[in-house]
Design a protein. Sequence first.
Length: 289
Amino acid sequence: MNSKPKKRKHNRDDPEGDAILNGSGDVKATKHRIDQKVYEKELARLQIELVKMQEWVKHEGLKVAVIFEGRDAAGKGGVIKRITESLNPRICRVVALGTPTEREKKSWYFQRYVAHLPAAGEIVLLDRSWYNRAGVEHVMGFCSDAEYHEFLRSCPEFERMLVRSGIQLIKYWFSVSDDEQEHRFQKRMKDPTRSWKLSPMDVESRSRWIEYSRAKDTMFAHTDIKQAPWHVVKADVKKCARLNCISHLLSMIPYRDLTPTPPKLLPRPTDGAYVRPPLEDQTFIPEIW
């Protein structure tokens, strides 16, 4: 009789190692490095494919809405930045709404988001979304229990309605471990160019890790629907998360290469008899470099 195979020991430095779960049920990716040159080459390739996808969305009149949710400092903004770097802002735009106004607080909850949904030929990336109600608003007590439970009931129907209307709704959850989140918080505190990312709400969330975990699990139980399922991105390794998420996004929208051929540049015409005004009449910025 054959003996049972030995259970593979987890190695944090093994790029082929399995992901593990931390005590709060969040995916903790195996920590491994990706060579910078490999990362840059693959990112450049994916960004070319994003341009092709953009042209297809425009040509076919598709309506694409992509939701980015997850823990604070999970890397959502970094992925969004790499997606939009090479795209036309008239076709692909980012929606990152702030605190609702008094009027918005008195309106139908989804109303403020409906105005930002994509029209034909558009891609909208939602950096946070209506899922604020299932996360921060619920955990921090910014909404009532009745409002929270109504959201869990109505959100799946709202999203099914969007899908029936022709919107392709893609939802990503960026999962980061508590150790990695703490590491990123500490880096933000020391970096003047990133300290603005660490809000008082982020600091408060550190002491409510379990509450946020419970809220996320309840949210998934109600809103991980067939028409718009959640896709979890293991985000402990930022560069890998970016490549994995962009690759998956491209796989969700079958497209053909419709990139237009660049027009030929004709010889520039001569000025003829026109005499331009002297450069001294213009105000130039100081040449420090």
